[in-house]
Design a protein around this ligand. Structure first.
Ligand SMILES: [Ca+2]
Ligand SMILES: [Ca+2]
Ligand SMILES: [Ca+2]
Length: 261
């Protein structure tokens, strides 16, 4: 018995060391818990499942410094047989948005949350979903990070906007006043439910719904824009990309779907 232990131990040690060396510092992992009770999409995080779910982890700035953002963001995920759920809470002393029409222009010109979702993790096509504090939605198909179709032709933006996350539900609660900078707001809580079947062509080779143990590549990003100060914007996200662009699908977080008990 002692001999076996002596034999096994150095091998385990070598394996751990090798893994540590190979794990890049940008890699973020999240175990997405299965929820068996209903999630009400209302912008309220009062479900027990949300309270028990872990946060994805701290956000970092995407301005070539990876510093702690001045404006904090918290994100959680859950899943069941119908939906992928997100709960995102942003701290924001000045909540503002004017864009009320979705799928028209990038909500990132103002303040927005952006979800990046590559179901089969092929690093090619993926979904980009925006939501702002007026509950305006952009759901966008990105054929490639170079913004080209598979045949090399440049994308046609109305075509990308025409993709819809069919059946998506979303709600938010603003804790403060929107478009009133004379006071100090607390922030916004966003709650979304994305049906598995709504990913359509973007699902690619991914299982719909996912099988326990499957991994999807996902990131949660944020544009915070100061209306009066400089610098005028703060880009942050969960999985750090080291670029002033969110279109780095190879660096999206690894989200593993945990088995129902
Ligand atoms: Ca809720
Ligand atoms: Ca703000
Ligand atoms: Ca306000």
């Amino acid at each position: 018995m002692l001999q076996i232990a002596h034999f096994v131990y150095p091998i385990v040690l070598i394996a751990i060391t090798a893994q540590a060396q190979e794990a890049p510092d940008w890699a973020r992992h999240y175990d997405n818990a299965f929820v068996s009770s209903p999630i009400v999409i209302d912008g309220l995080a009062n479900e027990l499942a949300w309270q028990l779910a872990p946060e994805v982890g701290p956000f970092t700035r995407f301005q070539n410094d990876n510093l702690v953002p001045q404006h904090q963001t918290m994100a959680k995920m859950l899943w069941d047989q119908q939906y992928l759920y997100f709960l995102i809470a942003v701290e924001d002393p000045d909540i503002w948005s004017t864009m009320v029409e979705g799928d028209k222009d990038c909500l990132c010109k103002e303040e927005t949350i952006e979800l990046f979702i590559d179901p089969d993790g092929d690093g090619k096509d993926y979904a980009e979903i925006h939501i702002n504090s007026l509950d305006t939605i952009n759901d966008i198909w990105i054929p490639s990070k170079q913004f080209k179709y598979a045949n090399g032709e440049p994308v046609d933006w109305p075509d990308l906007f025409s993709w819809t996350q069919q059946g998506m539900r979303h709600a938010l609660v603003n804790h403060g006043t929107v478009n009133n900078s004379s006071d100090v707001d607390q922030g916004t809580v966003f709650e979304l439910a994305l049906p598995w079947t709504g990913f359509g062509k973007i699902a690619g080779s991914a299982n719909i719904p996912p099988q326990p143990g499957d991994v999807w590549r996902i990131n949660v990003n944020r544009y915070e824009r100061l209306r009066t100060a400089q610098p005028s914007k703060e880009l942050s996200g969960w999985a750090p990309l080291d670029l002033q662009s969110y279109h780095v699908p190879e660096r999206l977080g690894y989200v593993r779907f945990v088995s129902p008990e």
